[in-house]
Structures are given as structure tokens and as C-alpha cells.
Design a protein around this ligand. Structure first.
Ligand SMILES: [Zn+2]
Length: 442
């Protein structure tokens, strides 16, 4: 038993959204009690205590779209790489990188990402992986590292014809093998999806084979991220990307469509009709200079949109800040995204995670997953449930996270990791990155 106490508690439970001096009691992997500190202490006097130090206790965060494979690219210079647009960024940087990645790189990338997630209070990760230098077993390597670190993960491999049809077939096989493995394992913290890069790098045969091989698992695919995706689809198939995906049976309530920058109204309707999940990654869209997706319009029309990082950062609170700003700028509307940005991170991400994982995430109440974080935040203005989203927007970032608990296990306590050797992982990653960079520039 564990008792997290001595802090303000933001529960996200409409019944009891806030306790000024509260506590959360955990038994095994679930929360058993949330309430006033003295009441929880009286009910569970024997529990081990995690002292929040007067900080903020709240549900752990979820990243809806990440790229672990980008972890060893920080500071990388590629000879001759001088991108003039989104296509050059993909080909010159990301495809060059993923073509060189092997399972040793993948293991190092997963471990440093696990450290980063824990330190940012993220306990559930939806990852979109590519390592065409070694496809076989790559998802299993990531799963072993992330599950060993105590994180929940939903993994897939980015199927694409960009390195040729033989590589695409390998990617489908890796996805299918991993999906079957997850079903056999019955591990509540591990899920697989069918990963696809994007319409413009998928032949009709590859797309059809991938949809069949998914065997009902959801698809996780970049959609209309750059103009090339729609232009290619219109030229080759005479329709737009979401129509192409709908026609081949790729859309379902478990499909994650990432970005959607260039969607038109009919495509938004199709996403809503098929109850497709949309993953919004504001920093990535700005960094690639592709534009701002119509997320405000999609949400107004009932499309379920959540928030990811696209590998740009591991800090969901940073992504939250960017989501708050990008729509204000793009729409020249100072009122944009005040509701939608927190809705995506704190409400929709947990709702989306519930399509893949049980018990409930993103809420502190009896029966919910014991995924809890403590932030070193001592507000200088009044704070309660009604204005908590604004406090989180302007008062904290990922580095404010002091302690991280996932499925009842303390993964970080007062900024010290409990299960992972951070220095050793960083040292191995540095060696692996040097080897990878030499291979990329060979
Ligand atoms: Zn992505």
C-alpha cells in the first residue's frame, strides 16, 4: 500500500475534483481512495508514505504520438543535408536515420526515452517506430525496455514503401507478429497497432496487406501532414487521403490519424463518421513549417483529438503550451484553444487511452490506474479545480515533476529514478549515438 499525501490534489474526477490538503491511497496497481489527508491516513494508516512536500498531486500524463527512434538524433549533423522543405526533412534526415538504426540503437533509444518520460511525468506512450536498418524484433526490443522501466506502451512499426517493397513486407510482418504477441501476453500495459507511415509512401498493395494483417487492431498513420500527401493521393488515386483510407477499410475508432494539417471538410466528416482518433502535435507542425491543422474545427465538429509530441519533445506540458499558442496565432483569435488544449491533454488523451488500456487513466478515483505524479508547484495565486488548467499552462513544465508513480510503482521520487540507472543509460546512449552517427555519415 502507498499513500501520496501532503499536497493539493487535482483529481479530474467531476464528483470530487479538488482537495486543498489531500491524499491518494494505492493498493497494487489501482487507486483505492482519494480524499482529505486526515481521512485517507485514518483509513490506510499502515501504507508507505510518499510525501508531496506541499506540491501538486495529479494524474500522470499520456503521450499520444511519439517517435522513440528519434532519440539519438539530438545534435546530429548529416553531411550534405540542407532541407528546403518538408520532403527534404523526411528524406534527408528521418529516412536516412531510420535506414541505419539497428536493435542496439533501438534499445538505447527506448531506455533514454523511458528516462525522459518518467522525468516528465508521462507514464503511457503511443509510439510510432521505424528502424529499417533492422526491422525484425524492433518492437519487441522497445517493449522490453519500456515495460521493464514500468511504462505503459502502445507500439507500432511505420510501414512504408520508401525503402522498397521487401522492406514494407518486413514492416507488416513485424507489426503483425507484435500485435499477436500482445494478444497472447495479455499484459495490461502492452498494446500493439498496425503502423503506417503515410499515404504517399504506401502502394495500394502494401496498404491493403497492412489493413488485412492488422486483424482488427487499430492503425496508426500520419495523415495529410504535408501538401505532398494530398497531392500524391489526388494524382495517383483521384481522391483525397482520408477517402483513400476509408475506401480500403483503414478507419475505425481504434485508428489514430496523426497531424491532418491539409484535411478538407469532407475528410473531417469522414473522420467523425468513422470515429477516428486524431493526434495533434503542434511543435512538430511548426518545426516542419507545414502549417496549423484545423484542430479547433475538428473538435467543434465532434472529432476526438488528443495531444502528442511527434518526437519533438518528451514533455507533454510543453506540447500543451504550444497547442495553446499555435491556434491563437493561426486563427488570429485570442480566444482560441483555451478550452481545447486542456481538453486534448487532460480529458481526450485519457479517453483515447481507454480504447487500448484498462483500468481508467488520467483520473484519480477509486478503481482508476495508480498513475500519479507530484509536481513541485506552490502557486502564488489562488488555485482550485476551476482554474487549474491555467496554472498548469503558465506555472509548470515537465521539469516540475518531482515524483512519478505508474501502476502503483514509484518510478521517480524527488527527481531520483528508482528502477533505472540514469547515468548508465545515458553513457550507453552516448556510445551508441556516436556509432550510429558514424554509420549515417559513412
Ligand atoms: Zn510522427
Amino acid at each position: 500500500m502507498l499513500r501520496i499525501e501532503n499536497g493539493r490534489v487535482l483529481t479530474r474526477d467531476p464528483e470530487h475534483p479538488w482537495f486543498d490538503d489531500g491524499a491518494v491511497a494505492i493498493d497494487g496497481e489501482s487507486i483505492v481512495c482519494v480524499g482529505r489527508r486526515q481521512d485517507v491516513a485514518a483509513a490506510y494508516p499502515q501504507a508507505e508514505v510518499l510525501d508531496a512536500g506541499g506540491g501538486l498531486i495529479m494524474p500522470a500524463l499520456i503521450n499520444l504520438h511519439h517517435h522513440i527512434y528519434s532519440a539519438l538524433s539530438r545534435g546530429l549533423t548529416i553531411r550534405g543535408y540542407a532541407p528546403k522543405g518538408f520532403g527534404d526533412i523526411l528524406e534527408g534526415l528521418w529516412w536516412r536515420l531510420d535506414g541505419c538504426l539497428n536493435n542496439e540503437d533501438n534499445r538505447a533509444s527506448a531506455l533514454v526515452t523511458a528516462v525522459d518520460c518518467i522525468k516528465n511525468g508521462v507514464t503511457t506512450v503511443f509510439d510510432h517506430h521505424a528502424s529499417y536498418g533492422q526491422t525484425e524484433d524492433s518492437l519487441f526490443v522497445l517493449a522490453e525496455a519500456l515495460r521493464g522501466a514500468g511504462l505503459r506502451c502502445c507500439l507500432c512499426y511505420e510501414t512504408s514503401d520508401r525503402h522498397g517493397p521487401a522492406q514494407a513486407a518486413r514492416a507488416i510482418r513485424e507489426n503483425a507478429a507484435f500485435i499477436r504477441h500482445c494478444r497472447r501476453q495479455n499484459d495490461p500495459g502492452l498494446q500493439g497497432m498496425m503502423g503506417l507511415h503515410a499515404s504517399f509512401t504506401l502502394s495500394p498493395a502494401t496498404l491493403e496487406q497492412a489493413v488485412t494483417a492488422a486483424e482488427g487492431a487499430g492503425l496508426h498513420i500520419h495523415v495529410a501532414e504535408g501538401p505532398v500527401d494530398e497531392e500524391d493521393c489526388l494524382a495517383k488515386y483521384g481522391c483525397r487521403v482520408v477517402r483513400r483510407l476509408a475506401d480500403c477499410g483503414a478507419l475505425s475508432p481504434k485508428t489514430i490519424a496523426v497531424h491532418g494539417v491539409f484535411l478538407d471538410e469532407e475528410e473531417i466528416d469522414l473522420l467523425r463518421e468513422h470515429q477516428v482518433i486524431v493526434a495533434h502535435n503542434p511543435e512538430s507542425n511548426m518545426g516542419n513549417a507545414v502549417g496549423c491543422p484545423p484542430v479547433m474545427r475538428m473538435m467543434a465538429r465532434g472529432v476526438l483529438c488528443g495531444l502528442g509530441t511527434d518526437g519533438y519533445t518528451g514533455d507533454m506540458l510543453e506540447s500543451y503550451k504550444a497547442a495553446n499558442l499555435i491556434h491563437k496565432l493561426a486563427l488570429a483569435d485570442c480566444n482560441a484553444a483555451w478550452q481545447e488544449a486542456p481538453q486534448m491533454l487532460f480529458v481526450n488523451n485519457p479517453q483515447i487511452a481507454a480504447c487500448f488500456f484498462a483500468p481508467p487513466l488520467g483520473v484519480l478515483r477509486p478503481g482508476a490506474a495508480a498513475d500519479v505524479i507530484v509536481l513541485d508547484y506552490h502557486p502564488i495565486t489562488p488555485m482550485d479545480a476551476a482554474n487549474a488548467d491555467a496554472h498548469l499552462l503558465f506555472g509548470v513544465n515537465g521539469r516540475s515533476v518531482q515524483s512519478t508513480v505508474a501502476a502503483g510503482r514509484i518510478l521517480m521520487k524527488n527527481r531520483q529514478l528508482t528502477a533505472l540507472d540514469e547515468e548508465q543509460i545515458a553513457g550507453q546512449a552516448r556510445q551508441q549515438a556516436a556509432s550510429l552517427w558514424a554509420r549515417i555519415n559513412a
